[in-house]
Unconditional design. Structure first.
Length: 426
């Protein structure tokens, strides 16, 4: 009664397929075993068996079922539809080399199907090969342009592989405009890629969307300082400090630096003092306070801050911290309004009797010079380098650095003032 067996096998096949769709995998496996027993020469049953075994996380059994299916139907052995299932089983069984070779063949055979490229991208991401993963995700994006998950995945990958392309891709998308997390990632990439104006626009949007996020105000304030917009930087960093509560010290330190850039050393000293009271065991706030006291000629305050600094840091640590902070103080000292005298550079004849800050200025100039080579489009780096060079008596190179800063950001007020001062005193 072959007809009865065939009919029974079909019924069992249909029950197995329905159970698999309902994710009743135990029932599906039992039904397909009975169906194959009734009709072992049915290629469709072997294909369904492979699908069920793969869902049961038994990829080796799925590969065996596919091999039997191909033996029963040699003409369909090279059908790309079955090839995708085999590739999925090979990946699950960790036969990566075989899977990659098959998927590359399938990508050629199925030029309008994004699945081979999607699977290849996933394999490359897993193995840490980000550049080829990005190439396959670009193909998926081309073939499935409405799939926003692909856009996000590609954008996140490009942030590491090609930040410039990541920014272009993110700014071209409509969907992430309302996605604050993606927007923040793009803003940070813009900032790291020196596309500061694009970053500024994104941070302005984020502050409107997330007005109570202290970290956002902090980052936006530092960006404003990098762009030379000191008043905006002060406003944002003060807001960050108010919102941060116990984690306010980074915002206070950034705010103190902006006050120093603007020559507001009393306000900077008060801000450093607030940071020092919160982080009593950290030397940096005391170093900032010492520099402000030096600029204000507050000798008692200098003595107190110096004692704290010496207690909290080794000589080499003190030198490194002061070398980092000194350009922020020197920026204001070097910037005078046109018509007034610029700060006098320390000449070589003064070297032996000059303040130790002379050595710090030399150290800072060397550090900023290296930073300017690494980040040639950072206006603030060129400005602080110009300040140090001016204080070291290198007028020509100071003007060169200022010209570069103003080429990057023509609205950099501090750079404008210093350049005008240098030319007026020529």
């Amino acid at each position: 009664m072959n007809l009865d067996r065939t009919d029974s096998a079909r019924e069992l096949f249909d029950r197995a397929a329905a159970a698999m769709e309902a994710m009743q995998l135990g029932e599906a496996n039992a039904m397909i075993r009975l169906a194959i027993r009734q009709n072992p020469d049915d290629p469709a049953a072997r294909l369904l068996d492979a699908q069920i075994q793969l869902k049961r996380n038994l990829p080796e059994f799925a590969l065996v079922a596919l091999d039997v299916r191909d033996q029963l139907d040699p003409d369909g052995a090279h059908d790309p539809r079955y090839g995708l299932l085999r590739a999925e089983a090979l990946v699950a069984a960790a036969f990566d080399d075989m899977a990659e070779k098959l998927l590359r063949e399938l990508a050629v055979l199925l030029p309008e199907d994004p699945r081979p490229h999607r699977m290849l991208a996933a394999m490359h991401v897993k193995s840490g090969r980000k550049a080829p993963a990005a190439e396959h995700l670009r193909e998926v994006r081309r073939l499935a342009p409405k799939d926003q998950s692909v856009h996000r995945l590609l954008n996140n990958l490009l942030h590491e592989v090609d930040p410039g392309a990541a920014v272009d891709a993110a700014l071209a998308l409509d969907a992430p405009r309302g996605d604050s997390a993606q927007k923040l990632r793009t803003a940070r990439t813009c900032r790291n890629s020196q596309r500061l104006r694009d970053a500024a626009d994104l941070y302005a949007q984020l502050l409107r969307e997330q007005p109570d996020d202290a970290a956002l105000w902090h980052e936006a304030g530092e960006l404003a300082d990098e762009l030379g917009e000191s008043d905006l930087a002060v406003t944002r960093l003060a807001r960050a400090a108010d919102l941060a509560l116990r984690q306010r010290c980074p915002a206070l330190e950034a705010l103190a630096k902006v006050h120093m850039h603007c020559g507001r050393f009393t306000a900077a000293a008060v801000t450093w003092w607030r940071a020092a009271r919160i982080q009593r065991s950290q030397p940096r706030p005391w170093a900032g306070l010492w520099l402000c006291a030096h600029m204000l000629e507050r000798h008692k305050l200098m003595k107190r801050a110096r004692a704290k600094l010496e207690a909290l840091a080794t000589p080499s640590q003190r030198c490194a911290i002061l070398a980092e902070l000194w350009p922020h103080a020197a920026a204001s000292a070097a910037c005078r309004a046109p018509g007034s005298a610029a700060a006098e550079p320390v000449t070589s004849s003064d070297a032996e009797t000059s303040s130790p800050l002379q050595q710090l200025t030399s150290h800072a100039a060397a550090t900023l010079g290296r930073t300017a080579c690494s980040y040639p489009d950072r206006a603030d780096v060129h400005f602080h380098l110009a300040v140090c060079r001016h204080l070291l008596g290198d007028r020509a190179r100071a003007e060169q650095a200022l010209t570069r800063a103003l080429t990057i950001n023509p609205r950099y007020a501090a750079a404008q003032h210093l350049l005008a001062s240098l030319r007026h005193s020529a």
